[in-house]
Every structure is written in C-alpha cells, then in structure tokens.
Design a protein around this ligand. Structure first.
Ligand code: MTE
Ligand code: MO
Length: 204
C-alpha cells in the first residue's frame, strides 16, 4: 500500500505540478453519448496468455528498485474519464469512452521526480511481447491515462484488462493493453511497431 497515505498530497501538489511540464495541445473530446457501445478489438500481441491472478503494475524506479502497485491501489486514486476519437494507423477511428487514473498523478504520488525528468517512458506487457516507448511530454500529458474501465464497465481482457494505456495524443499502436511494467530512460525505449517500420512518435 504505497499509495494510500499519499493520496492527500495530490490536490496540494496539483498547482505546482501543472506548471512543471510543457504545455501541450489537447486531443478533442466528445460527449459520452457519442461513444460507440461496442468498440472494435484490434491487436492481441502480448495478451494471448491467461492473465496471472496476482497481477500488479511494476514500476521500475531509477533508484530504489521496482515498486508494485495493485489494481485496488490504482482504483483508489481519483478517476479521470475521457471520450475521444481513437485512431488506428490502419485507417479507422472510433469515439470511445475510458476511465482510469492520470499517469502523471501516479508518478507524482510516487515522488518520481528523477524518473519524470527522463526523456522517455517504456511500457510492456507482462510477457514482454508487446512494448511501446513514449516521449515524456506525452506520458505526462494531461489526457494520458492508465485505464481500468471502458464505457463505465471494467475493462475486458481483449481491450487490455486489468490496466491499459490510453494516450489520446497518439495513434492506437501506442495504447498498450495489459500493462505489466513501466520504466524510464533517456534513450528511446524499444517499440514494437517502430521496429516494424512505423513512425516512433505516432502522434504529436
Ligand atoms: N498488448 C497489446 N496492446 C495493443 C496492441 C497489441 O497488439 N497488443 N495493439 C495496439 C493497436 S494497433 C491498437 S489500434 C489498439 C486497439 O485497442 P482496442 O483493441 O481496445 O480497440 O491497441 C493497441 N495496443
Ligand atoms: Mo492500431
């Protein structure tokens, strides 16, 4: 329970924190009623094996080693929702509705100042089969979420349960489903689709 006692600090820190990263443009948002009822499922690399029962999010700190955060701890943090146009590089898009926590809130609560000063965040599935690299400005963007809900319901396995990345300023390839671990680096982390010829940034 790393996060419980820290929750109170969130609002107090908000002002200072909001000013501390570069202002970026926001992805367009929509009313909840515009969201599709049954979003399409695309991509199952790294989510084909059965999810382990004792899943937790492993965050690799620069100093002090990894910390493991349970899904209950994550659900205990203030929830943020977003409805936006989810775009896949294959040429389709759909308006979808997600709920979760801001990645920036989590890193702030864990006092990850050193980590947040790095250039990149790398995320991968528990089996390391699918992995993405995200520039830090996009990772700390005020619409970047770690999601556990879609359409007000628990995320299904096909959509990335128990926790997936939703990063509206990027294309679908970057929205990693079933996050296993997160780490920080100044060099570009490996990226599944960048290795297969797609643009590394896939968005702004
Ligand atoms: N683990 C994992 N995450 C993934 C993928 C994948 O193959 N494996 N595909 C990506 C791609 S290309 C898209 S478009 C979105 C699709 O998300 P959805 O299935 O929830 O619509 O997931 C992304 N995240
Ligand atoms: Mo995609």
């Amino acid at each position: 329970m790393v996060l419980q006692p820290l929750r109170k600090g969130l609002n107090a820190n908000e002002k200072i924190f909001t000013g501390s990263y570069k202002q970026t443009s926001l992805a367009k948002t929509y009313p909840v009623k515009d969201a599709v009822a049954v979003p399409r499922i695309n991509g199952n690399v790294g989510i084909q094996n059965e999810l382990v029962q004792d899943w937790s999010l492993k965050i690799n700190r620069i100093k002090g080693g990894p910390v493991n955060i349970s899904i209950d701890e994550i659900k205990n943090l203030p929830k943020t929702e977003i409805v936006f146009d989810f775009k896949c590089i294959e040429g389709w898009s759909q308006i979808t509705h997600w709920g979760g926590i801001l990645l920036s809130d989590l890193l702030e609560l864990l006092s990850m100042k050193t980590e947040m000063s790095m250039n990149y965040v790398g995320l991968s599935t528990p089996d390391s089969q699918y992995y993405v690299g995200i520039d830090m400005d996009s990772a700390l963007h005020p619409q970047t979420l770690l999601c556990y809900e879609m359409n007000d319901k628990p995320l299904t396995e096909e959509h990335g349960a128990p926790l997936r990345l939703i990063i509206p300023v990027k294309y679908g390839v970057k929205h990693l489903k079933r996050i296993g671990s997160i780490y920080f680096a100044n060099e570009r982390p490996p990226d599944y689709w960048a290795e297969r010829g797609y643009d590394y940034y896939c968005g702004h």
